[in-house]
Design a protein around this ligand. Structure first.
Ligand SMILES: CNCCCN(C)c1ncc(F)c(N2CC(C(=O)NCc3cnc4ccccn34)C2)n1
Length: 406
């Protein structure tokens, strides 16, 4: 009885701390707060000094220990899968939770140049209870001459049962240390929540592919005048794609796709530079992970390509369905084919691959097709963040963002 009271008191105190000092952790980080906006000059906020980087891992509360996860090892990959499946991002009404597959996690976290100590776990008695990851990227910021070698942070997750232990800040500090020790001083990350200080706030849009199921799982709702059959007719798609020469991407396309992508991304203020090796990793189709289709014209010239990734959500409580099959728009480059037509074909391909919904953000040139292809704005916002970098402009518009994080 006593320790229940003690736990409740401790929890109440933590709530009070949060109310009094929200973002206690974030204020200690080199990320501009609102009044830095016009005082900081563009570029790194703190100069990194390699000698000053702590050589040993941050301390953990007793019984917790650090471990590097080898995702190539089936057992360890299974542990990561199970932690995320039960404890990763949910929607605000706790109806859905992401269900990233093992094949997807190997795609997302084992790109060329990956560092083994950037897949970070925390274990208690051999059980994985905390996770955070980094992958190496080369970022172009606001068309600076210099490209910056930095990290893309993702998959921060703490087991539901041990939240409010302040483990998340320690996970962030530890992976920051492991990035600093490699003489890298910036990071890019996204989150559905707002913490200091987004560089861009983007919105999710959804295009219904299986109207009936979306209503049955509670993803979509019917207004007074709508009926399921009218929704099905409204969103119906042809079986066949329209674009001449559209086909699945193959290894032989890597060189052309790399040129197309790197050239196309120069339109934006924030984008990665891709090597051919990286294009091979990120775009060669993988079953149930990534789908990429190229448009091949005469003499084998590739003029456009489209891509989308597979991120199912577990439907937490539903008598009929366990999963929502969602395709997420990845990178789409339209240089000859009208982007509306290219994305219309993406919808047809996704429908034929069995997806229930096609999601995209209002970044890059996406707002050129959202209305015409009947995408609806979602309640999800995705905020983009840069660690240790002051932009020239305080915020970037969504259409200036050329990065998709999975
Ligand atoms: C780097 N990592 C960011 C990507 C993680 N991604 C995909 C994400 N981050 C925050 C969101 F707001 C979000 N949304 C997709 C939209 C959506 O479909 N909302 C209903 C829904 C269905 N399933 C889920 C699962 C979790 C949250 C909302 N869900 C909103 N997506």
């Amino acid at each position: 009885q006593l320790n229940v009271v003690q736990k409740q008191t401790q929890y109440n105190q933590q709530l009070l701390d949060k109310l009094n000092k929200p973002h206690q952790f974030w204020e200690t980080q080199p990320i501009p707060n609102i009044n830095d906006m016009d005082s900081l000059k563009p570029g790194p906020i703190q100069e990194g000094v390699l000698e000053d980087v702590r050589k040993d891992p941050y301390n953990l509360i007793s019984k917790f220990e650090w471990c590097n996860i080898d995702l190539r090892n089936d057992e360890q990959a299974q542990q990561v899968y199970a932690l995320l499946k039960e404890n990763y991002v949910e929607d605000d009404d706790n109806m859905f939770r992401f269900d990233y597959s093992i094949d997807f996690l190997r795609w997302a976290l084992l790109p060329p140049g990956q560092y083994p100590d950037w897949i970070v776990g925390v274990k208690v008695n051999q059980k994985l209870v905390g996770f955070i990851t980094g992958i190496p990227v080369t970022l172009n910021i606001e068309n600076q001459q210099t490209k910056i070698k930095m990290t893309e942070i993702n998959f921060l997750c703490v087991h539901k049962k041990i939240r409010a232990n302040r483990l998340a800040p320690v996970l962030i500090k530890e992976i920051t240390r492991r990035v600093h020790i490699k003489n890298m001083w910036q990071a890019v990350y996204t989150a559905g929540i707002v913490v200091p200080t987004p560089i861009s706030q983007t919105r999710y849009y959804h295009r219904s592919l299986n109207a009936k199921k979306l209503i049955e799982v509670g993803f979509s709702s019917l207004s007074a005048r709508q009926t399921i059959s009218r929704q099905q007719k409204l969103y119906k798609l042809p079986e066949e794609t329209k674009t001449q020469g559209l086909r699945s991407m193959k290894k032989k396309d890597v060189a052309q796709v790399t040129k197309l992508l790197n050239e196309y991304l120069k339109k934006f203020k924030l984008y990665f530079k891709y090597t051919e090796d990286e294009v091979k990793h990120w775009f060669i189709p993988r079953k149930d992970v990534i789908s990429t289709y190229v448009v091949e014209k005469e003499q084998g010239i590739i003029t456009d390509f489209l891509s989308f990734y597979n991120l199912p959500s577990q439907v937490i409580k539903n008598p009929k369905y366990t999963h929502l099959k969602a395709a997420y728009s990845y990178y789409n480059v339209a240089t000859q084919t009208p982007i509306v037509q290219l994305m219309y074909d993406a919808l047809i391909l996704a429908k034929n691959e069995g997806y229930d919904v096609f999601n995209c953000l209002d970044i890059m040139e996406n707002e050129k097709f959202l209305k015409e292809l009947m995408f609806c704005p979602g309640d999800g916002q995705l905020n983009y963040y840069l660690y240790n970098w002051k932009l020239e402009s305080n915020m970037l518009k969504p259409e200036e963002i050329g990065i998709v994080l999975v």
